[in-house]
Design a protein around this ligand. Structure first.
Ligand code: OGA
Ligand code: MN
Length: 293
């Protein structure tokens, strides 16, 4: 099989063609890793027949699979996969205006920055998509760092930021309600953690703005007002339209992202419509090098 890539949008990413998860050879694995590191976000279409086993095997091309720390949303029988599915309006009559309520919104973030093991990347496949909305936005945070005005760069260099799950926990619960496909049980509590506001990408050595707006709470060592103002300024800069690629999903679309240099958001969708996504989580660490593969 031969995998090829073509740029996805002016902001970031590539679409990959010729990916068959059932028949991956060593050349494909190498090409996938190269593309992951080059583009940060990869889209492959037409993968609705990919099984959970193949999803996990494909994820392992890029590193180890982590088990998501929130057990409630793990796929039964495949703990490497989580299910994202917002609450449905099953009980509502079709014309009930509450069906228009937006559910499943998740603000800009990089995955698991509220833990001390932020995810290296994710592979997210659409199993059920709503007829409208339900998009996912992506931003290349290495490109954002490169574009930062020098004074803003100087103000964040060497600083640590505090992240936690706290304030958006309820929103996340609505984005990922536990149901029959998932393990269920109790969600754990998470402590606050600190991460550098600028980190160095493990393979490219590029500097990356590591702000994860949904989870970042404050900047260490700054008075609260100043910390909030600086975070707001950084977030406003980073989320300008020119940096954003907004993906409209078809069933069977798979998006693979490098969490070390991107952030993403879920726009949400109407409560009356179903949306169901399966995701693997890559453990922190380096993408396997070609030689070691
Ligand atoms: C994720 C995520 C957004 C979406 O899978 O990590 O944030 O649109 N998904 O489903
Ligand atoms: Mn996410």
């Amino acid at each position: 099989m031969t995998i090829s890539t073509k740029p996805l949008s002016s902001a970031l990413g590539a679409q990959i063609h010729g990916l068959d998860p059932a028949r991956l050879d060593e050349a494909d694995r190498m090409r996938l890793r190269e593309a992951f590191l080059e583009y940060g976000v990869l889209l492959a279409k037409g993968l609705s027949t990919m099984t959970p086993e193949q999803h996990i095997a494909l994820s392992r091309v890029f590193g180890e699979c982590a088990i998501h720390p929130i057990p409630t949303i793990r796929l039964k029988g495949h703990p490497e996969i989580i299910v994202l599915a917002a609450e449905l309006a099953d009980a509502l009559p079709a014309d009930d205006p509450n069906g228009d309520e937006l559910v499943g919104q998740i603000p800009w973030h990089s995955d698991l920055t509220y833990t001390d093991s932020p995810s290296r990347g994710s592979l997210l496949i659409a199993r059920v998509v709503p007829p409208e909305l339900g998009m996912t936005g992506y931003i290349d945070t290495a490109a954002v760092y490169d574009a930062l005005p020098p004074d803003l760069r100087a103000r964040i260099e060497g600083r640590q930021a505090i992240h936690s799950l706290g304030p958006i926990q309820d929103a996340l619960r609505s984005a990922a309600r536990a149901d029959d496909e998932m393990e269920g049980g109790e969600a754990p509590a998470f402590e606050q953690v600190a991460h550098p506001l600028v980190h160095v990408h493990p393979e490219s050595g590029r500097k990356v703005l590591n702000v994860s707006p949904a989870f970042v709470q404050s900047i260490e060592g700054l008075p609260e007002k100043e910390s909030r103002a600086l975070l707001d300024e950084l977030i406003a800069f980073a989320t300008q339209d020119r940096f954003v690629y907004l993906h409209r999903w078809d069933v069977g679309d798979l998006v693979i992202w490098d969490n070390s240099r991107t952030m993403h958001l879920a726009t949400g969708h109407k409560r009356r419509h179903a949306r169901r996504m399966h995701r693997t989580t890559l453990a922190p660490g380096r993408v396997p090098s070609e030689l070691a593969a």
